[in-house]
Design a protein around this ligand. Sequence first.
Ligand SMILES: Nc1ncnc2c1ncn2[C@@H]1O[C@H](COP(=O)(O)OP(=O)(O)OP(=O)(O)O)[C@@H](O)[C@H]1O
Length: 234
Amino acid sequence: MIEFDSVSHAFDDVSVLSDVSLSIDDGTFVVLAGANGSGKTTLLRHCNGLLSPGSGTVLVDGTPVEDDLIGARSSVGMVFQHPRDQFVAATVGADVAFGPENLGLSREEIDRRVEGALEAVNLAGREDDLIEHLSGGEQSRVAIAGALAMNPTHLVLDEPFTGLDAPARRSVLARLESLVDDGTGVLLATHDLRDVRELADRIVAMRDGRVVVDGRPDAALAELGALEVRVPDH
Ligand SMILES: Nc1ncnc2c1ncn2[C@@H]1O[C@H](COP(=O)(O)OP(=O)(O)OP(=O)(O)O)[C@@H](O)[C@H]1O
């Protein structure tokens, strides 16, 4: 479980998160919604210690992140908004394999994970492609595959669907759904709820650094209109 306990954060004395309390249970899919600038990315960056709270605590499986940074970073898979900054290898296969290789897995297991992760993002068989030659959407999918290949206990994704076409979005969502069924906790930030409303167990919405809505999708969507979040028609 990932728990935010009264988390506040400020950049240069400007408050960006105010007293956020939230928990992501294992095996649940929680969607974090909110307008641009509402604090979603800042919140997510606390899950593996990229940011530390000014006050409050973030716990991963009961341990404060700052007490076991390595533990948090191994069990929380993160997919960031700008994948271009995250790549560590020139080719798709080498980049996706990088994390599993650092876990000391066998070559067969690494290859199996890379293959499965690329399949999940509709990039099966593209191991040898150069990342710099891929489109932005394809690069996003490689970043998602890199996180999936780690088999993390928790998965945190920041606007993962930017630049993805409909088949790729469906493929990623199907993999997320099966991971959740297998017990992974997923926290996914988006300002566009079209794709995720069906799958979400809960929708949490932020405004000005505060959680203003937290509930089951139908009830939460009914409250979201005032938050400049795109609400689907159906
Ligand atoms: N490193 C930083 N230094 C100063 N201010 C920052 C920094 N990172 C974010 N902010 C500010 O914090 C506020 C929240 O930003 P954040 O990126 O968390 O919002 P968001 O909900 O993820 O928005 P978006 O959907 O645009 O990514 C914004 O006002 C932003 O300008």
